[in-house]
Design a protein around this ligand. Structure first.
Ligand code: SF4
Ligand code: SF4
Length: 321
């Protein structure tokens, strides 16, 4: 696979500084039951990296001490980590909002019995990937049969109350483009998703997040192979909207890897770009328990144009839909 960091580093992306910390995003490991084409984590069933119990404890300690109010769990498939349920319970007992970035199909994997009920009982917010409402497009990007399983799981989540307006159980869906193009306007796409999923399958959800593909890892590498990397970067750079700089997620989020090392965001984690505020090549959670986050520098490079292009892109969808 091609390393895209050398192609991104010599960057004129504007400098950014942190605001107060709101979200601790923990990557619980790179194992996933899928191996999607666009995956920026390079996750697959063959990966074995997983956060251990001690590191889980440190993440919870940071959550409690830093003033952050949200724990955002990602992977791979975070649910495959053996500490997932204990971590969720502990974070909820701290009063934190917990987000599970769920690929849907994992809820039908062996060992996931009762997981959907658990998420509902704990009031966990689900952010679920569904890159299209058409079967062929989903299966091409995420693997044969993924669309059918995703619909089954969405139906189960709806039965539990997820996505229904008065249940308090939030189910947001994530769209990302199939190729090296910007996502279409989020609000219009949400209307189309809502109509298609309701009319054809009787399914409901809360919000649709339209995310841009990042020119890193598996997606970035396929662009290099196809000689389309520079063209995609030019597209992102040409669509840069300075109005999005205020809302990019790294300003209020920190990303922790499965070993407890800390980065400005999940994309920087995947690129191995260290936390911007220190001179160290890697910074561990243990060193940051008493940190004041506000005003600290963020490590930026050309992939950051993926967050500011057009309507902007973040873990919570478009910045200016
Ligand atoms: S489901 Fe998510 S983490 Fe798993 S391979 Fe696909 S994009 Fe990567
Ligand atoms: S890629 Fe990461 S560091 Fe760059 S703007 Fe986006 S969130 Fe911030």
């Amino acid at each position: 696979m091609h390393d895209t960091l050398p192609l991104l580093r010599n960057s004129d992306f504007p400098r950014l500084a942190r605001k107060a910390l709101e979200t601790v995003q923990a990557n619980l490991g790179y194992r996933c039951n899928q191996a999607c084409l666009h995956c920026h984590v390079n996750a697959s069933p063959k990966r074995t990296e997983a956060m251990d119990g001690e590191t889980v404890g440190l993440v919870l300690k940071l959550l409690a001490r830093s003033g952050a109010n949200t724990l955002d769990l990602t992977g791979g498939a975070p649910e495959l980590n053996p500490h997932f349920r204990d971590m969720v319970r502990a974070a909820r007992s701290l009063g934190a909002r917990v987000i599970d970035r769920c690929n849907l199909t994992v809820l039908e994997e062996p060992g996931s019995e009762g997981l959907a009920d658990f998420l509902a009982d704990q009031g966990v917010e689900i952010v679920a990937s569904l890159p299209c409402y058409l079967e062929d497009n989903v299966d091409r990007q995420r693997g044969a049969g993924v669309f059918a399983i995703s619909l089954r799981v969405l139906r189960r989540l709806n039965e539990l109350g997820y996505g229904r307006p008065d249940s308090g159980l939030v189910l947001n869906l994530v769209y990302n483009p199939q190729g090296p193009v910007l996502p279409p306007p989020q609000d219009a796409l949400e209307v189309a998703y809502r109509r298609q999923l309701k009319d054809r399958f009787g399914l409901v959800f809360n919000r649709l997040y339209a995310l841009a593909n990042m020119p890193i890892q598996r997606f970035g590498s396929t662009l290099v192979t196809a000689d389309r990397f520079e063209a995609y970067l030019s597209l992102l750079r040409g669509a840069h909207n300075p109005g999005n700089l205020d809302g990019v997620m790294c300003r209020s989020l920190v990303s922790v890897d499965w070993q407890g090392y800390v980065y400005d965001c999940d994309f920087n984690q995947m690129l191995g770009l260290p936390l911007g505020a220190t001179e160290q090549p890697r910074v561990h959670l243990r060193e940051l328990m008493e940190w004041a986050w506000k005003g600290r520098a963020i490590n930026v490079a050309d992939h950051c144009y993926g967050c500011t292009a057009g309507a902007g892109s973040s873990c919570g969808g478009a910045l200016n839909p």
